[in-house]
Design a binder for this molecule. Structure first.
Ligand code: PHB
Length: 364
């Protein structure tokens, strides 16, 4: 039998039941302490048949926050909340990594301790608006990090990696995509530093390398994934030569022996791609996880052709807790309700029906 989406795969020292990954999805339903609670346990457990779950982006410190209601992984209360999520996923035979996040300039003083100004590699104000508790507010001019402040943030990633281990996660994903702090360093539209953290591609990768060095002191490298988004314009991002620059970043990651490289291919905004992702993938020796708008047919073809080893699905998993079974048996899918993506209650979160429920429910 040839390899398909449902074939098991060995990732480092763990075996995944299939190649369908639940992509990280911000849902803004943590409790008032930014800790996971009961509804989050139910939500993740419902989706435990994924070969791997990557949690929603979770800030490494209170300073890393960029949105209301997102979970963190820096306090004891958050560790206790996550432990319940992890135990519930493991009880169903699932595997779960946590995505580590620091938003940088994609934040707002209203969301930060002492109303501090968001930080970034360079003082470049992003276009767009932050989500605050008082509604949308324009992003502010961020403060460029002083070189001696960078080690503090790296230490926050290390602390979060320790807390993730304490909680019992199977591994961690370093979020280096989508316009958040690490990506702000990687791409030249947001990084105009003239010290060793900016300028050349080597220097722009310095911060990601520091973060990886730190978290790999806590976790074996084969339990650490990295997510990149070379040409995603979301969060006012740009780069002068994403193909060339990301070929360099990807080839530098080879030496790390990571669990996987996760790539958001193309642009979330225009839904188009200009880079040849097979060519990018060819720079990488380890497992490659593809993401961004894949459906079953495209994912199967990608795995079959060796364009990817794993495929991460976002919206399909959000709306179909039993997505694996539905794809395997060619069952019809639930539609996603975008009005309940961010924040709210069980509605649009834990009430998407499993196929059996959908088909055996009494007519209204
Ligand atoms: C979002 O909250 O819209 C969001 C968060 C993290 C991402 C992408 C989007 O990587």
């Amino acid at each position: 039998m040839s390899t398909d989406l449902f074939s098991p795969i060995t990732m480092g020292d763990i075996k995944l039941a299939n190649r369908m990954v639940m992509a990280p999805l911000t849902r803004n339903r943590a409790d008032g302490h930014n800790a996971p609670h009961e509804i989050n346990v139910t939500y993740y457990q419902q989706r435990a048949t994924a070969g791997l779950i990557i949690t929603e982006a979770s800030q490494v410190s209170a300073e890393g926050v960029g949105y209301p209601g997102t979970p963190g992984i820096y306090s004891d209360k958050q560790v206790i909340g996550w432990k319940k999520v992890i135990d519930a996923v493991h009880a169903k035979g699932g595997r779960i990594f946590i995505q580590l996040w620091y938003c940088g300039r994609i934040s707002h003083p209203d969301l930060l301790p002492e109303n501090q100004t968001p930080v970034a590699p360079s003082a470049i104000q992003p276009e767009g608006e932050a989500v605050t508790l008082d509604g949308m507010k324009a992003y502010v001019m961020p403060r460029a990090l002083k070189i001696n402040e960078i080690a503090d943030i790296v230490a926050q990633y290390k602390h979060a990696a320790e807390m993730a281990k304490q909680a019992g996660f199977d591994g961690i994903e370093v979020h280096a995509a989508n316009g958040y702090l690490i990506d702000q360093f990687l791409r030249d539209g947001s990084n105009q530093r003239s010290d060793q953290y900016g300028g050349s591609v080597e220097n722009r990768m310095h911060f990601l390398s520091d973060v990886l060095d730190a978290v790999i002191e806590v976790w074996p490298s084969n339990r650490v994934g990295v997510r990149l988004s070379p040409e995603n314009s979301f969060n006012a991002m740009s780069d002068s030569n994403p193909r060339e620059h990301f070929s360099y970043f990807v080839s530098q990651l080879n030496a790390r022996n990571l669990a996987y490289l996760h790539v958001l291919e193309g642009d979330m905004m225009s839904k188009s791609a200009s880079i040849d992702y097979r060519a990018l993938r060819n720079h990488y020796n380890g497992l490659y996880m593809a993401n961004n708008g894949y459906d079953k047919a495209r994912a199967d073809k990608s795995i079959h052709n060796g364009d990817s080893d794993l495929v991460a699905f976002g919206i399909p998993f959000l709306a179909n807790p039993d997505l694996v079974a539905r794809y395997q048996q060619n069952l019809v899918l639930n539609d996603a309700d975008s009005s309940t993506f961010y924040g709210g209650t069980e509605q649009g979160y834990t009430d998407y029906p499993f196929f059996e429920q959908a088909t055996t429910a009494e007519p209204a």
